[in-house]
Design a protein around this ligand. Structure first.
Ligand SMILES: Cc1ncc(COP(=O)(O)O)c(C=O)c1O
Length: 423
């Protein structure tokens, strides 16, 4: 076949002729109805009661955790969880460089110091072995990210936390519906934070425009996070039972980060289709990845054996191995795949946090020489930098058009066969 077939980039027929459009349609009419009901009820402000409380209870039951509280953003859920974990000036926390500023900016503003770590090259998730090497007597928290809904190695991270008396604050922004060892994320570690940002599909697993939530089984973490940012939540003074929070009035510590009821109404509709979306994405992922296993040079990024990923947000990842593709660089691969009609996204991990300008220039967070950030530079996280150049993105389809995935597998195989022609 290599003798007769031609790459699309070289004038041949593209391998993909099917449409690449997602066929699943979101329940927009249900969203409109849910929003109108809230408007009709004139319940546009408030939390801890009514429909927003019902939503929290549904999520709590679904996850199986003791406490689940919605808030206005996933990043604020993370900030509140970092406060609950007791992060303060001079404490260190460990989070992947292949991460996100919103994951840890709350901790940063509390004066805690980011220590980045590498990711496991096969899962692209926080590498516990590298985490362990970076723990010091100042470390207070680990902040893993369940990126694209794929859970980090919770057994290993919780073991490190137990050994060094650390709190694990999970960035589960993408991971509502994911599981670890048969338990839902939110019922595994110390405190997990979800995001409801975006619209369905494409947005976070339960998308509400904007929104977030904290889940925990730990009463101290729960009460401390409530005290931080849930001013005037209905019933809050009764909820605060532990010292010293039980002495606070309903204005607690002053922040009001509660979720907007209109957003919760939309999140609730989105939650109603989540199980279907997760199941379908997993089926198509497995089919695509089984096909790619037979190609060589393209490594599908899978879950740890104990995990199931929701994977409805952020897309699928495939790591290229140029050494198995005649030296073909990832960028050239993507060019050739796109020419074949494959709906490839970009290349890269999330971000490379250590390369931010604020670290290269040791930004002073509070001005006047105060809150100087640590210094990081290119080369500090070589594995992350290397993987960033080799991680390909493929859409996570709920209902792909007929034939699309098989044609995409064939396109990968075609590009692999002709890798040398693309140099
Ligand atoms: C990994 C990760 N963490 C945290 C967040 C923050 O969530 P939000 O946008 O709801 O503040 C996001 C949002 O995209 C994210 O991708």
């Amino acid at each position: 076949m290599p003798g007769t077939e031609k790459l699309a980039m070289h004038g041949g027929t593209p391998a993909v002729t099917a449409s690449t459009a997602e066929q699943w349609q979101p329940p927009v009419e249900d969203e409109k109805r849910a929003v109108c009901e809230v408007i009709d009820q004139r319940f546009l402000s408030g939390s801890g009661t009514g429909m927003p409380k019902e939503f929290e209870d549904e999520c709590r039951e679904r996850i199986g955790c003791k406490y689940f509280v919605a808030c206005d953003h996933g990043s604020n859920a993370l900030a509140a969880a970092c406060y609950a974990a007791g992060l303060g000036p001079g404490d260190e926390f460990i989070t992947p460089s292949a991460g996100y500023l919103g994951t840890y900016c709350g901790a940063l503003h509390m004066g805690a110091v980011p220590v980045f770590c590498e990711v496991d090259p096969h899962t692209l998730l926080m590498d516990p072995a590298d985490v362990e090497r970076r723990v010091t007597e100042r470390t207070r928290a680990l902040i893993p990210i369940h990126a694209c809904g794929r859970p980090a190695d919770m057994d290993a991270l919780l073991a490190i936390a137990a050994k060094h008396d650390l709190v694990v604050v999970e960035d589960a922004a993408h991971a509502l519906g994911s599981t670890w060892d048969g338990r839902a994320i939110g019922n595994v570690g110390h405190i997990a934070c979800f995001s409801f940002q975006g619209t369905t599909p494409g947005g976070k697993p339960a998308a509400a425009g904007e929104g977030g939530a904290v889940a925990t089984n730990d009463r101290e973490l729960y009460e401390r996070h409530l005290a931080y940012c849930h001013l005037h939540r209905s019933g809050i003074t009764k909820e605060l039972t532990l010292e010293p929070y039980c002495h606070l009035d309903s204005e607690v510590l002053g922040y009001k980060w509660r979720a907007h009821p209109l957003a919760i109404a939309i999140a609730r509709v989105s939650l109603g289709t989540l199980d279907y979306r997760i199941r379908r994405v997993a089926e198509h992922r497995d089919r695509l990845f089984a096909g790619l296993d037979g190609v060589g040079g393209f490594e599908p990024v899978r879950n740890y054996p104990k995990a199931t990923g929701s994977e409805v947000y952020g897309g699928l990842r495939i790591v290229t191995h140029p050494d198995l593709l005649d030296g073909l660089p990832a960028a050239r691969c993507v060019e050739a795949l796109r020419a074949e009609g494959v709906p490839m996204g970009g290349i890269g991990l999330f971000h490379r946090e250590h390369l931010r300008w604020i670290y290269a220039n040791q930004f002073e967070l509070w001005g006047r020489g105060r809150g100087r950030l640590p210094h990081y530079k290119p080369g500090d996280y070589p594995l992350t930098e290397d993987l960033h150049g080799r991680a390909l993105h493929f859409p996570a389809y709920i209902d792909p058009p007929d034939g699309l995935l098989d044609q995409c597998i064939e396109a990968f195989a075609k590009v692999a066969r002709h890798a040398a022609d693309l140099l």
